[in-house]
Ligand binder design. Structure first.
Ligand code: HEC
Ligand code: HEC
Length: 578
């Protein structure tokens, strides 16, 4: 298909009135669609969802025509997340000349994310994308499609779309129309067609990668699904007001525990926007943080918010609310590249005893008077050592500082206690694998194993990288890197940087940046550096090394760190949390 053909296809698909069409253009278009349907060419043409919102009809209707069932061209035939809708609308503004007031854009995103959203089961596998986690994702279902579609953006963006077959085709056409390089980079098979059967004896598959991808995507991510039908039928209410018990972890700072009070934002009639008061304490440092925030619940389960501590240190919030409305979890994050993140879990405060976690996880054999902070809710008054159980070999001597939301257990660990994970029981309620008993630290591992940072601070912002070192016990088999290894949690190590020798006379270590005592790597500034060969930028590869004194047997572990240039183009979509 030639370039002009692609654009023509896009415009035809709109059934647009904006291009001053011939008076009978819509009638012609309708007749064409009816004929196509009759011929069964687009069997999913009926799967569109009608739009019953005046603002959408007003603002989008000039180009996206409604049919006699209220279905608007393009818009009614795909479903996605709030971020997905926002991205499309941004393109309408940037490339298609749409003018929208910010409050109208927000209202449209909210309507479309509810009316044409995803069910929780559909959104969950792609939560890493909404949560902006930098993870190595593997799409197991179809490696070819993954390769075709993850060259320029994460495959998560694809996972979070549901479309009719025709809409998948038009999406590919949009890429080819606006970004003709996609053909060379990914969509078309270059080189001569295969003529010989493959190793499996089957005839050669000479389809272009985009044709294979389309065949897969229209089957795997259709517009109409049982999950979405069930979710829209159930229409769960947005009642999230009340007190929630918070627990979480921030890389570099460790576990934290606290509370979130959620109130309805009464200035919004729909009852799906909230105000939050958040308070938590880091178990390791004792630092207490108070924040207040605002949030919107999209599609009945997609929590998007932001909070700040007295106007500073803003964090965005992306959480998935469970169907039972008693639990939500996800990520709070910040940073120019969304690289700083807190994993969080909120459980509705009820009247039952709840254990959210402990402030110290690894218990060494032979320890005396070890103090373990325990966090949760509704711990009964007058708690005694008999009410607290860490399993065999761990004796609870005393319960200290008992409050409804926390207490401290002072324990002794027998010298011959069996090594392994233990459940914690408090007043009959169990938290599985809450602690681990160990006799020695066999090894150390740095996470992430492959880190990335970006120079910045002059023309572009810096991307930071936090490292952590975890202690390991080899487990019953005595061998490292096997299934029975025991993770002993974060260790207090010394950090340093060593050269990753990739070229002769490599000296990146001198230029890329610094790691602090807490394992946080801060990259150097961007731009050419006259002190380097060829005025190079401060990029490079290094090893990040963790060292643990560990008595007379010091342990060492390292991770690879790539310090690279800024990302000059970004696909950030932060507004949906406003
Ligand atoms: C001035 C004309 C115009 C207006 C107004 C307009 N659009 Fe579009 N829209 C287009 C064109 C042209 C395309 C096809 C090219 C593209 O995808 O960018 C399109 C494509 C789309 C698509 C398909 C995108 C995809 O991912 O495949 C969606 C969805 C959409 N528009 C939604 C909207 C919404 C929502 C509004 C109202 C806020 C809107 N449009 C207003 C011109 C318009
Ligand atoms: C050559 C780079 C490239 C490749 C390869 C690529 N994309 Fe994209 N894709 C983009 C760019 C650039 C945008 C941003 C358009 C915009 O600003 O809205 C985009 C946007 C999207 C969007 C959001 C569209 C919307 O609704 O606004 C989806 C969904 C998507 N791509 C899916 C895919 C799929 C599926 C494939 C594989 C068949 C693919 N992409 C391959 C570059 C690419």
């Amino acid at each position: 298909m030639r370039f002009s053909g692609i654009l023509l296809m896009l415009l035809c698909a709109l059934g647009s009135a904006a291009q001053t069409p011939a008076p009978d253009a819509s009638a012609q278009e309708a007749a064409k669609q009816a004929k196509e349907k009759q011929e069964g060419r687009d069997p999913q043409a009926d799967d569109g969802i009608p739009i019953d919102n005046d603002l959408v009809k007003q603002q989008c209707g000039a180009c996206h025509r409604s049919d006699d069932k209220g279905r608007m061209s393009r818009i009614s035939y795909r479903r996605t997340t709030p971020e997905g809708w926002q991205q499309t609308i941004k393109r309408m503004v940037a490339l298609n000349g749409v003018e929208l007031k910010p409050e109208d854009a927000r209202a449209i995103v909210k309507y479309l994310s509810g009316r044409l959203g995803l069910a929780p089961e559909e959104a969950r596998p792609g939560m890493f994308e909404s949560e902006r986690r930098m993870i190595e994702y593997k799409y197991a279902a179809d490696a070819d499609t993954e390769r075709t579609c993850n060259r320029c953006h994460s495959f998560g963006r694809v996972l979070l779309q549901r479309r009719t077959k025709q809409e998948w085709e038009l999406l590919v056409a949009m890429h080819r129309g606006y970004y003709p390089l996609t053909d060379f980079q990914a969509f078309r098979r270059m080189g001569p067609p295969q003529t010989q059967p493959g190793p499996d004896g089957r005839p050669p598959d000479n389809r272009h990668p985009m044709e294979k991808a389309l065949a897969h995507l229209s089957g795997a991510f259709p517009m109409k699904t049982a999950e979405w039908a069930a979710w829209t039928a159930a229409q769960p209410s947005a009642r999230l007001e009340g007190k929630w018990i918070l627990s979480g972890n921030e890389a570099g700072k460790g576990p934290f525990f606290g509370e979130v009070t959620v109130r309805r934002n009464d200035s919004v009639a729909a009852g799906d926007e909230f105000l939050t008061e958040i308070r938590y304490t880091f178990a390791r440092s004792g630092q207490t943080v108070s924040r207040s925030g605002k949030s919107i619940l999209y599609a009945g389960f997609q929590w998007r918010g932001r909070s700040s501590a007295g106007g500073a240190d803003e964090l965005r919030e992306v959480l998935l609310v469970e169907r039972n409305r008693r639990e939500m979890s996800g990520r709070w994050f910040s940073g120019a590249y969304d690289e700083r993140g807190l994993d969080v879990r909120l459980v509705r405060a009820g009247s039952d005893v709840l254990i959210t976690g402990v402030g110290r996880e690894a218990l060494k054999t032979g320890s005396e008077k070890l103090v373990i902070p325990v966090h949760g809710a509704n711990f009964p008054g007058g708690l005694t050592p008999r009410d607290v159980d860490f399993g065999p070999g761990v004796t609870v001597n005393r319960v200290l500082e008992a409050k409804p939301g926390s207490f401290q257990a002072e324990v002794s660990v027998a010298a011959n206690a069996v090594v392994g994970r233990r459940d914690l029981a408090v007043a009959g309620v169990v938290k599985e694998s809450a602690v681990v008993v160990f006799d020695k630290i066999d090894g150390l591992k740095v996470r992430p194993q492959a880190g990335m940072a970006r120079v910045g601070g002059v023309a572009f912002p810096k991307q930071f990288q936090q490292f952590e070192a975890f202690g390991f016990h080899n487990g019953p088999d005595g061998k490292p890197d096997t299934k029975d290894d025991l993770d002993l949690g974060v260790m207090d190590v010394q950090w340093s940087i060593e050269e990753f020798t990739a070229t002769f006379g490599d000296n990146d270590k001198e230029f890329v940046g610094q790691i602090d005592a807490g394992g946080l790597f801060t990259p150097a500034i961007d731009g050419p550096n006259p002190k380097r060969n060829n005025n190079a930028n401060n990029f490079g590869d290094v090893w990040v090394v963790a060292t643990l004194p560990n008595g007379d047997r010091p342990l060492r572990a390292r991770a690879h760190l790539l310090v690279t240039v800024p990302l000059y183009m970004k696909w950030d979509q932060p507004e949906v949390s406003k």
